[in-house]
Design a protein around this ligand. Structure first.
Ligand code: GDD
Ligand code: MG
Length: 358
């Protein structure tokens, strides 16, 4: 079985992290985002994953070559010379994907407990031309919204609707039959606007409701919200993965090679990456510390992402959806509030309101 992952553009909404690392390789819960998806696909028998990219994928391929060996699968890139949207890349990759069997297509920026096995069964039961996952959200206007009957048959699919239709949206995960190739032309085209509405009107598209959490982790605020949900799911299904003990509050994931000094309090909803150090008396909550980050004594980090090898000084405060790029240093006692700091910058005075440090 085969799968295509829509890897797409430059991940501008996840800057400054994506200035240092292609979006699919940014860690989510201490594992590159795309690896969560690839591992789940391999678990249901996928042997070839095609990555649809529209930029030079060298850095990503260097990483994925190792994974190919470890997982025993083939990973191919299908590179566009102009962005082909969300459907065009499927047509472009037809030569890799089309072996007369259904295949998976995934948006690369979504996270959930991927129910691939159930999607395969559901497609067999319904004979659908395509199955997509549906999940309820609070603000459906940012997504593709679907209406379906009691059997899951989709009656309408509207991308980014202006008026409220339903809370159930397209989760960005599809299981499609090869007939779809004949519905797509090789040009920039949107599966959500051009292919799915047509399939729905012909009664060929089915929705399967996702049980459990779902998150679009393509921008910092949603990334942190997604992390909270992912950790809560670990708490239910893989409790042993989470940290426990003095100084740990709520759901916290700590890499085996990270150090939390005594008197620091970490959590809830924190991921501490490889080689990170949290000094004594520091307070970290609702945050991500990427590989090698250092939080000084008595510093406070809240609702923020701290990039690779960044250093936060003593008594400093990083708060309110701040994102520090790679190798940023925040001086002792300095406040970083609601701000974005690009890689390799030093912050020496307070950023009290929304600022971008270029
Ligand atoms: N290869 C390639 N080429 N990939 C692309 C291109 C392109 O030109 N444009 C977008 N992508 C990839 C993105 O990287 C992402 O993985 C996926 O296609 C969807 O694009 P987004 O830009 O993230 O779309 P969205 O989040 O606004 O909406 C989509 O996702 C929602 C769920 O998160 C739609 O599929 C919605 O219907 C859906 O609800
Ligand atoms: Mg998205």
């Amino acid at each position: 079985m085969k799968a295509l992952i829509l890897v797409g553009g430059y991940g501008t909404r996840l800057r400054p992290l994506t200035l240092s690392c292609p979006k699919p390789l940014v860690d989510f819960c201490n594992k590159p985002m795309i690896l969560h998806q690839i591992e789940a696909l391999v678990a249901v028998g996928v042997t070839e994953v095609v990555l649809a990219v529209n930029y030079q994928p060298e850095k990503m391929m260097a990483f994925l070559e190792k994974q190919e060996k470890e997982l025993g699968i083939k990973i191919t890139t299908s590179q566009e010379f102009e962005p082909l949207g969300t459907a065009g890349p499927i047509k472009l990759a037809e030569k890799y994907l089309n072996d007369s069997e259904p295949f998976f297509v995934l948006n690369s920026d979504v996270s959930c407990d991927y129910p691939f096995e159930k999607m395969i069964e559901f497609q067999k039961e319904t004979g659908a031309g395509g199955v997509l996952l549906a999940t309820p959200v609070d603000d459906p206007s940012k997504f593709g919204v679907i209406l379906y009957d009691d059997h899951g048959k989709i009656e309408s699919f509207v991308e980014k609707p202006k008026e409220f239709i339903s809370r159930f949206i397209n989760a960005g995960i599809y299981y499609l039959t090869p007939g779809v190739f004949d519905r797509i032309e090789l040009r920039p085209t949107s599966i959500e606007k051009e292919v799915f509405p047509q399939m729905a009107s012909e009664g060929l598209l089915y929705a399967m409701e996702l049980k459990g959490f779902w998150a679009d982790v393509g921008q910092p605020k949603d990334y942190l919200a997604g992390q909270t949900m992912r950790l809560a799911a670990f708490e239910v299904n893989n409790r042993e993965m989470l940290a426990h003990g003095p100084g740990i509050e709520g759901n916290v994931l700590v890499h085996a090679k990270a150090i939390i000094k005594s008197g620091a309090v970490v959590g809830p909803d924190v991921v501490v990456g490889e080689g990170c150090v949290i000094e004594e008396g520091a307070r970290v909550k609702s945050a991500t510390l990427l590989k090698g980050a250092h939080v000084g004594a008595h510093a406070y980090v809240n609702k923020s992402i701290v990039g690779w090898a960044s250093r936060i000084g003593k008594w400093a405060r990083v708060d309110n959806h701040s994102v520090l790029g790679e190798d940023v240093s925040v001086a002792d006692e300095v406040l970083v509030n609601e701000s974005i700091v690009l890689p390799h910058k030093g912050v020496k005075s307070n950023l009290a309101t929304k600022t971008i440090v270029l």
